[in-house]
Ligand binder design. Sequence first.
Ligand SMILES: Cc1cc2nc3c(=O)[nH]c(=O)nc-3n(C[C@H](O)[C@H](O)[C@H](O)COP(=O)(O)OP(=O)(O)OC[C@H]3O[C@@H](n4cnc5c(N)ncnc54)[C@H](O)[C@@H]3O)c2cc1C
Length: 463
Amino acid sequence: MSKPSDSSKPSDFSKQSDFDLIVLGGGSGGLAAAFRAAGHGARVALLEPGELGGTCVNVGCVPKKAMWLAADIAGKLAMAPTLGFDAGPARLDWPAFIAHRQRYIGNIHASYRQRLDDAGIATLPLRGHLVDAHTVACPNGLRIRAPQILLATGARPRRPDIPGAGLGLVSDDFFDFCHAPERVAILGGGYIAVELAGVLQALGSRVELFARGARLLAGFDHDLVAQLAEDYRQHGVHLNFAHVLQSLQPAGERVRVRDATGNDSEPFDAVIFAMGRLPNSDGIGLDAVGVDRGPLGHVLVDEFQRTNVAGVHAVGDITARPALTPVAIAAARRLMDRLFGGEPDARLDYDNIASVVFSHPPLGSVGLSEAQARERHGDSVRVYQSNFRPMLQALADAPQRSLFKLVCVGEDERIAGIHLLGEGSDEILQGFAVAVKLGVRKRDLDEVVAIHPTSAEEVVLMR
Ligand SMILES: Cc1cc2nc3c(=O)[nH]c(=O)nc-3n(C[C@H](O)[C@H](O)[C@H](O)COP(=O)(O)OP(=O)(O)OC[C@H]3O[C@@H](n4cnc5c(N)ncnc54)[C@H](O)[C@@H]3O)c2cc1C
């Protein structure tokens, strides 16, 4: 990639420019950039043809977590009679729950709208594409100019190019469900596949998951993933590995999954592709302007979020960086601090970013997995782990166990990775992620007095 610079303004550019910054996309990254730039006094235009908040708010993190919470309640209700409650497994009234979910999302939209107005950001409900490195055009003929342009158009679910693909759904469609389909196939083994499988099974579907690989959640710690797969089997999710998808076949109102050997599955009421996401980088003028892209279409950026074209930047899922909302937000804020806030070195440090898979139970991870650590650091890796039954599971005599793991490196046993599978892992991990970022060592954790009785205490009690 050629070395770009940010100082490409023609000498008379400020006279011609309508704004200091134009942002394409009002999702996690675009909104964060617009707010931060406006806070620094920049004149900002934000183009968003859809709902404010993008994937995360409308068809990602937020509605997904709402459904996960519903599934969590369903799991607790199913356990309640065992513990002596005069209550039992209950069916979810989906329309009633969805009304709560969408009201919550509606409030987020309203809050964004208000904040955009308050910040004086020109918000245009239009798709934009680059005409040159400083000009954005819209379908209605509007043209606006700025010295800095941010690409934050996100990504979309990938549909495989197979016969019958049109019979399948994608994660966006899941959020239109008004009931749990009786039998569901999920094609994929990544975090979205695992999350949808857990939610649907807990809310009453019979779920079968077909993964191409030999395991779920590639990149996450092997032992935790194996334990999670066991939990899923106990909950009734059927897991198929090394599955090569050939086509989808109609079966009346339902759909069969055909594999490469020609075998057909039982018919399903819904088949959901969860086979990765592709960047929204086509049709926005990148080729005309000469912005470099990777083999899957991701916009190539350097550590300062610069593309190879001066004045054109990118953050979030349109780049090949970790596709997480807080990553898009943090990268956008650092970039705006650098462009408009007088912080010439501001950039996001992409190391040790924590993430959680909202499975049942959740799986949280920061830093290196054991396998990654051994690959990088060989014999200087030491692993501590705790495999235990959380109190609620023990009280109900339920089989689900938690597995926590610390991956330490070197003589001083610096913590290179923390991996938590079990109830509460999603909430426990954040604080420990701070410690990892600060370079915590095993003996520092040993010095901490535990909070009892909790699952979290296991992190500081491993020997
Ligand atoms: C099912 C699911 C669950 C997820 N769960 C989590 C989670 O739990 N935690 C987490 O951190 N992340 C999660 N993510 C990922 C997260 O949603 C994304 O990483 C994040 O939304 C990326 O932000 P972004 O700004 O890059 O793109 P987006 O939020 O997708 O925003 C892009 C916006 O650009 C707009 N746009 C597209 N083309 C144009 C154009 N030409 N002009 C103007 N605007 C345009 C789109 O309409 C869209 O609103 C999840 C994703 C999915 C799909």
